[in-house]
Design a protein around this ligand. Structure first.
Ligand SMILES: [Mg+2]
Length: 183
């Protein structure tokens, strides 16, 4: 780790409560965020209430009612907003705006993606107040195939949204191939 780095332990729902309880106790003296330790919301809330580590919820929040419940329970300090998980950019933006109003910090990303998803992430992240933008992910650095021109590129740990219209990208139709269906 370098100075200024932030450490997040994301279990992706993988721990049983008995094990998560031991982990948060074991890292009590470390400055680490705990993300979605267990499968269900109730299990995560139980662990949240036994630790003073900052807490991130991800797989427990798929919609606004689940967000409101978690806000009311003070169940997290940070939420992981994945665009696809929430049902697209408009839904993700609604959740983002509520989080801004409630002072909940945000990881803004998606479940996976390439250039097009990364462009959408960059716009949602760029239009979020910086003090509440916890982190964001440039998924196009995770893949080897480029699906669009003009997509954001990470430089020194940062990426910027395009100033071009729309997502600010030009899809590479030769890479994407023919449409599977049209609407
Ligand atoms: Mg996560």
């Amino acid at each position: 780790m370098e100075k200024g780095d932030v450490l997040v332990a994301d279990a992706n729902t993988g721990w049983l409560m008995k094990d998560a309880a031991r982990v948060v106790r074991g890292v009590r003296d470390l400055d680490v965020f705990i993300e979605q330790p267990c499968d269900t919301y109730e299990e995560c809330l139980s662990i949240r209430r036994r630790t003073d580590h900052p807490f991130v919820l991800d797989e427990s929040i798929y919609n606004i009612p689940e967000l409101i419940r978690a806000v009311n329970d003070q169940a997290m300090d940070v939420i992981n907003i994945k665009i696809s998980k929430l049902g697209g950019i408009t839904k993700a933006r609604e959740v983002r705006d509520i989080c801004v109003a409630m002072g909940i910090a945000m990881t803004i990303e998606d479940t996976w993606g390439g250039d097009i998803i990364t462009a959408a992430i960059s716009h949602l992240a760029h239009s979020t107040p910086s003090e509440l933008l916890f982190t964001s992910t440039d998924f196009n650095s995770y893949v080897t195939v480029s699906t669009a021109e003009g997509a954001p590129k990470r430089v020194n740990g940062r990426m910027a949204a395009s100033h071009e219209p729309g997502l600010g990208i030009r899809p590479r139709m030769d890479v994407l191939g023919a449409a599977l269906f049209k609407i």
